[in-house]
Structure formats: structure tokens, C-alpha cells
Design a protein around this ligand. Structure first.
Ligand SMILES: [Zn+2]
Length: 172
């Protein structure tokens, strides 16, 4: 198996966490990777946790890694990709301790409902959105991506609320 980190998908995961206000999830300790070489034609993604014994032995807090199985995940539609990320995030319990929530909790109906909420938010013009992530939660990357048309536009002379870095206009 070959694994590569996916920093762009980490950002998408952080956006999903911020949108749902899943405060029990620390986006810095939820990372995504893409794997190649799986024989499975069925598994789209897996959620891994640093086991309690490793956390204790290495004196590290809990971390989770969402593995996207390239052979299967890559051919999904954007909608299915987002649903897959939501599904894997739901596996992480409120305790964020290294365990998992199982498929009695993580199931299609719950994922679809959450996805619809998230997709509705994304398709609503920004000025009409009722539910924007609080400014303090914005990632600096969002500020740069969304540029000056963004709800996180800082007051004149001020930078991005998350980083205090200046916000640049979009180039395209
Ligand atoms: Zn699952």
C-alpha cells in the first residue's frame, strides 16, 4: 500500500467540521490520506485512530486519519465524495479518545440528512446564509480562496480574522 497526505481534503474536512460546529473534533488532529494499492472494490474510505496504547506510550493525544481508497473514492461524484467525508467524520465519537462510533449511528440516512444541510448552505448565496461559520473558526485558506467577496472580509486595514494576515483579492 502507498499513502499520500491530502492537505486540500484536510481543508474540506475542516470546513465540514466548522459548518456543523462539531466542537468535539479537532481539525488539526483529523487528517486525510489517499491510499493506492487496495484490492477492495467496495471500500471507499476508512477511519483510523491512534490507539489508546500508542497514545499513552508515545505521550500523544488522540489523532484520527481518514483514508480515502483511491481506486474507489476517486471515481465518486463530488456529492458522494462529500458524503464519504461526512460518513467517516461521524465515526469519530464525542470523546475523541481513540475509539469509534459504529454503523448503528453512522448510516446512510444520517449522512444524507447532514449532506443536504451542508449542500443547501453551499448553494445559498453567501449574503443570504443564516448559518455561516463564526469568524473565529475560519481558516486562513478560506480567506484567501474567498477573497474580498467573502463574509470574512476584514475591516479596512485589518487582516484575516483567523491569522491577521492581509486578505488578497481573487485572481480569477
Ligand atoms: Zn463506516
Amino acid at each position: 500500500m502507498e499513502y499520500v497526505p491530502e492537505p486540500d481534503i484536510d481543508k474540506e474536512v475542516a470546513r465540514i467540521i466548522a459548518f456543523f460546529e462539531w466542537d468535539h473534533l479537532d481539525p488539526k488532529r483529523v487528517r486525510t490520506i489517499r491510499s493506492r494499492g487496495s484490492r477492495s472494490r467496495r471500500i471507499l474510505a476508512r477511519c483510523h485512530a491512534l490507539p489508546k496504547a500508542m497514545q499513552t506510550g508515545l505521550a500523544l493525544p488522540a489523532h484520527y486519519v481518514i483514508e480515502l481508497v483511491s481506486e474507489n473514492y476517486d471515481r465518486l461524484s463530488e456529492m458522494e465524495k462529500t458524503k464519504t467525508l461526512i460518513h467517516e467524520l461521524l465515526h469519530i465519537p464525542a470523546t475523541f479518545g481513540g475509539g469509534f462510533r459504529h454503523h448503528d449511528y453512522v448510516h446512510g440516512r444520517r449522512v444524507n440528512k447532514l449532506y443536504e444541510e451542508y449542500a443547501r448552505h453551499l448553494s445559498t448565496p453567501r449574503r443570504h446564509r443564516k448559518h455561516s461559520p463564526p469568524r473565529s473558526r475560519l481558516l486562513s485558506e478560506d480567506c484567501f480562496r474567498e477573497g474580498l467577496q467573502s463574509f470574512c472580509r476584514p475591516p479596512p486595514g485589518r487582516g484575516c480574522p483567523a491569522t491577521a494576515r492581509p486578505v488578497l483579492p481573487l485572481l480569477n
